[in-house]
Write a protein that binds this ligand. Sequence first.
Ligand SMILES: C[S@@+](CC[C@H](N)C(=O)[O-])C[C@H]1O[C@@H](n2cnc3c(N)ncnc32)[C@H](O)[C@@H]1O
Length: 215
Amino acid sequence: MRLRPKKNRQKRLSEVEEYFAVLTDGRLDTEKSFDNKSNPIYLELGCGKGEFAVRLSRKCQDVNIIAVEKVIDVVMMAMEKAKREECKNLKFLNLDIEKILEFLPEKFADRIYINFCDPWPRKKHAKRRLTYPDYLEKYKKLLKNGGCIYFKTDNFNLFEYSLGTFASSGFVLGNVCFDLHNDEILNKENIQTEYEKTFSAKGFRINYLEAWLQE
Ligand SMILES: C[S@@+](CC[C@H](N)C(=O)[O-])C[C@H]1O[C@@H](n2cnc3c(N)ncnc32)[C@H](O)[C@@H]1O
């Protein structure tokens, strides 16, 4: 996502700073980040401007949500949205998922959401895909046993590739669907992201899967 640098960034960030997750000694501190620390935790990777995280937060008020985004001006817009919607159970981290294990505790997440990540279509860039096996190994360390990754993309080639990497990394696949918006049952619970709205409006089918980490 390319954006012009935002004017007044420091001022705007200071107005939403309570939406940054709290780090203690450089690591996520869930107790200080959330009022109800015993709630399950959902993690969204590459949250963009925060449409999905904000709607998930409104829908699941008995869950704590951490949304990660590497572009500061993008996460700032997501935080402003969270503030407008008074999302008390949603916090943000501005970091590169590559380095996620340095900041997040092991086995803390009940769910991980990866929505419309960059497809990196060229083979030589495969390592940058968020479903490349090295990334999946990181997510395994963050997910509780029995936890699940929810993955959506409009890009069929990335979806096909990811079916293979999730399976070969030991995840158990469920609810694999090549046309989410036309699946009566799965679509009922679906929260559309910004990219999802744009690409489905252009006629792209939305692919969806759940990848479970066994107990
Ligand atoms: C194609 S957009 C999708 C945004 C949102 N999930 C949606 O569906 O509308 C991908 C987002 O992931 C972020 N992103 C990509 N690679 C990342 C990484 N390694 N670490 C953190 N964020 C990343 C990008 O900056 C961008 O905002």
